[in-house]
Structure formats: structure tokens, C-alpha cells
Design a protein around this ligand. Sequence first.
Ligand SMILES: [Ca+2]
Ligand SMILES: [Ca+2]
Ligand SMILES: [Ca+2]
Length: 215
Amino acid sequence: MKKLSIFFGLILCLSSLAWAQFTFHLIDNFEDGNFNSDPKWWRFGDLNLEAMKNPQAQSRDLISESCGDYSLKLSGKTNNWYIGGLGTDIGVDGSKFSRFQMDVYGHKKYVGKLKVEIFEDDNMNYAIEQDPQKGYEPVYDDKWVAEVNVQGEGFTRVSIPFTAFRDANPGVGDGVWNPDQEKGSGGLMKIQIVALSEGQQGGIDCSIDNLLLTY
Ligand SMILES: [Ca+2]
Ligand SMILES: [Ca+2]
Ligand SMILES: [Ca+2]
């Protein structure tokens, strides 16, 4: 009987592993305490990044517990709304997913907003060409955006359906959400998160964790 239950336990384990593999794609959970590799995040503007130990949850909190030991702290100040941002390459078939999810920890000092930007390949070349003369905006590919308001202390889980993203560059790309890897397209190529202040003068002070694509 014991053998049998071990056997069924193993089957359950393997099938849940397989299930997990096609239900989400982890972008980063920062558990290596390092944002410079696996994956590498680039930084722009006046946003500071720091992989930091998560505070211990005061009471039972499943979302805080799922954030593990480390998250990425974002901080910075501005006199004109825009603070800066970070980004990383993804390169997956985004048609297998329907949502972007992340956990956001608000600290006391500033609230502010995080603008999530997703880039998908429309000229079928596994690249997002950007124009350095025009703020590094894409030249041939769609950029989709959604905004997240940073809440107070504690991790808030944010799950945004791709249908809630809007085309941030009408006239560039094909204006259709087609993040698949058909016909030579690289699909969902990269993500950026841009920090904006709540007022014209202000800043951002929050942490992000468990960035993933899911159903
Ligand atoms: Ca983490
Ligand atoms: Ca577009
Ligand atoms: Ca497109």
C-alpha cells in the first residue's frame, strides 16, 4: 500500500510539474539576489535598482510567502513625473498565455505608478528595432502598455489580462496583439517597467517580485 501511494504521489508530482510548465513562464523572482544575470535587467533614467531581502510577513500571507527571500527594490525621485525604468529580454510565444502577473510591495514614502510595457515582434526578425533619436521607441513593432498603481505596505498581486493593454504606438507595428512565434516572428520579445511619480514632483519607493506570464 505504501509503495502504491508513493507511486501515485510521484505521478501527481510529475503531472503538476508538466502542468506548471505550460501554465506559466517565470520572467524573474529575484531569488538569486541579482538583477544583472539570469535574466539581465537593464536600467534607464533615474531609477535605482537593488535586490533586497523581503520583510517577514507579520501574519499568515500566502502572497508574501510566495515572494521567497528576495525581491527587487525600485527607488528614485523626479521633478517631472517620469523617474526611469528597467527592462529585460523575454523571447517567448506569448500566445500561450493570457496575462502578465507580478507582486508589488509599496513602501511608506511614495506611492506612484508602474507602467508595464510589452514589445512583440511584427516585422518577423526576432528583434525590436528602436530609434535612438526618438527616445528608443520601436520602429516596426508593437508596444503595449498598462498601468499599475502602487498600493501601501505588503505585497499586492497584480494580474493584468493582455486584453487590458493598449497599443502605445498607433501606426507602428500592425496594431494587433499577435505575440506568437509564427512566420518567423520572435513573439513576445521584451518587457519594460517604467516608474512614474504620483505628483509632478515626487518619487517611487516599491519592490517587485514574481514577474510572470500566465493563463
Ligand atoms: Ca522573490
Ligand atoms: Ca502599434
Ligand atoms: Ca503586433
